[in-house]
Design a protein around this ligand. Structure first.
Ligand code: FAD
Length: 397
């Protein structure tokens, strides 16, 4: 690459929820560019009736508060006060309440577009953050700086910085351009998303129900609205999308039961999302670092992808703060190596937990089903273990 380039300290490729959170958390002494192809009006991108709802751990709420985005988001956040985990057609159930954990809520559910709006509004208030419309296409590591080629409607431009962060999602261009390989597998499943209306109020209960077809999560949204995330084998997911709205609701009802009275679709339409695990082999390379889905994309069964990505953003922001305090180079290899080390353990733990749920709770084999019934039953009888699990799920462990 050649020619004049606009200079920044930090270029963030991707203004999705993790990239935007990183820009909001990074120290204000840095000049930051956020390169994002999608316009600020993200709602147009969300499929009607199947918009993604994100379950936030209490630890994530605190990070969003630190990022200055929680106040705008709070009116749209539904608290999770109780969690109910069960399996269809087999014994074994565990329940957890916020009172026994001494917190106001075990977590919060926010509509994905509301989360992005709150973060975008926060970035609009920060003078040191500039939003640039376009795609990052290529990187050139020049030793002390990195050049970033950005393609936009009218052509291409160049930026240069001490550090480029790939927050550009599962198919990360930054990861590829930095030469970081991936490990990946396909679960052969899709998540079917829909918004349900319940005849009875949910009163802050979130449900995770393991069925022989795959796990089904119902998360509180409005007083009688719940977000459904139903993991199904790919061909079943395709069939579920073809069902008429009423037939689909009846199918969900049959699998979920009648705890909340009759279920209907609150908005027409459903969305379907293929489930894959993609993990970068390295978190950093040269002057590039990865965060969020660019670093790893998880199965949503444990609702941990964004929570984990937000912790990446906070860890990197802390390192940038330390560098700013020391008057040091924010993209120095030893700082980035420290970031990779700090994130490795959290990622391993969440990945192992997610895989346990995917493999242990979707297997129809009788011994596995028996073991998970026993595990759920034991958790119900052992409050300290349940509280420890809750603290881990809340991101407070
Ligand atoms: C069905 C489902 C349910 C989920 N539920 C939960 C949950 O309850 N809790 C939870 O914590 N997580 C959940 N997740 C995971 C969560 O949605 C993701 O982890 C999160 O969206 C990742 O954010 P991100 O910013 O890293 O990536 P993305 O949201 O993918 O954002 C990447 C951004 O990069 C931009 N981009 C792409 N290419 C380029 C480029 N070349 N240059 C510049 N920009 C680019 C894109 O336009 C996009 O805005 C769920 C996921 C699914 C599929």
């Amino acid at each position: 690459m050649s020619g004049p380039a606009r200079a920044f300290d930090l270029v963030i490729a991707g203004g999705g929820p993790v990239g935007a959170a990183l820009a909001a958390l990074a120290p204000p002494g840095l000049r930051i560019a956020v390169v994002e192809p999608r316009g600020p009006d993200r709602e147009a991108d969300a499929p009607v009736g199947g918009e993604r709802a994100i379950a936030l751990a209490e630890g994530s709420r605190r990070i969003l508060e630190e990022a200055g985005a929680w106040r705008a988001l709070a009116p749209e956040a539904a608290p999770i006060r109780f969690i109910h985990v069960s399996q269809r057609g087999r014994p074994g159930v565990t329940r957890l309440g916020c009172d026994e954990c001494g917190v106001e809520a075990l977590g919060w559910v926010v509509p994905g577009p509301a989360l992005e709006r709150a973060l975008a509004a926060r970035l609009g208030e920060l003078e040191h953050v500039e939003r640039i419309a376009g795609h990052v296409r290529a990187l050139a590591d020049e030793g002390a700086r990195v050049r970033v080629r950005v393609e936009h409607g009218g052509g291409t431009g160049e930026l240069e910085a001490a550090l480029v962060v790939g927050a550009d999602g599962t198919a990360s261009r930054v990861r590829e351009a930095a030469g970081i390989g991936t490990e990946r597998w396909d679960y052969g499943q899709d998540a079917v998303l829909a918004t349900l209306e319940t005849a009875r109020p949910h009163e802050g209960w979130a449900y995770e129900r393991f069925t022989d077809e795959g796990p089904m999560a119902l998360l509180p949204l409005g007083p009688r609205r719940m977000a459904l995330v139903w993991t199904l084998a790919r061909r079943r997911a395709a069939a579920a999308l073809r069902l008429a709205d009423g037939d689909f609701a009846a199918r969900v009802q049959e699998r979920f039961g009648w705890r909340l009275g009759r279920l209907r679709l609150a908005a027409p339409g459903r969305a379907r999302h293929p489930l894959r695990m993609v993990r970068a082999r390295e978190a950093v390379r040269g002057r590039a670092a990865l965060v969020g889905n660019a670093m790893r994309t998880l199965h949503p069964v444990a609702g941990q992808g964004f929570n984990l990505g937000l912790r990446d953003a906070r860890a990197l922001a802390r390192l940038l703060e330390e560098a700013a305090w020391d008057g040091a180079d924010p993209g120095a290899p030893e700082r980035l190596a420290a970031y990779a080390r700090r994130r490795a353990r959290d990622q391993r733990r969440v990945l192992a937990f997610t895989e346990l749920l995917v493999r242990g709770f979707t297997s129809p084999l009788a011994p596995v089903a028996w073991a998970r019934g026993l595990a759920l039953g034991l958790l119900e009888l052992a409050p300290p273990a349940r509280r420890a699990l809750a603290r881990a799920a809340m991101g407070l462990a």
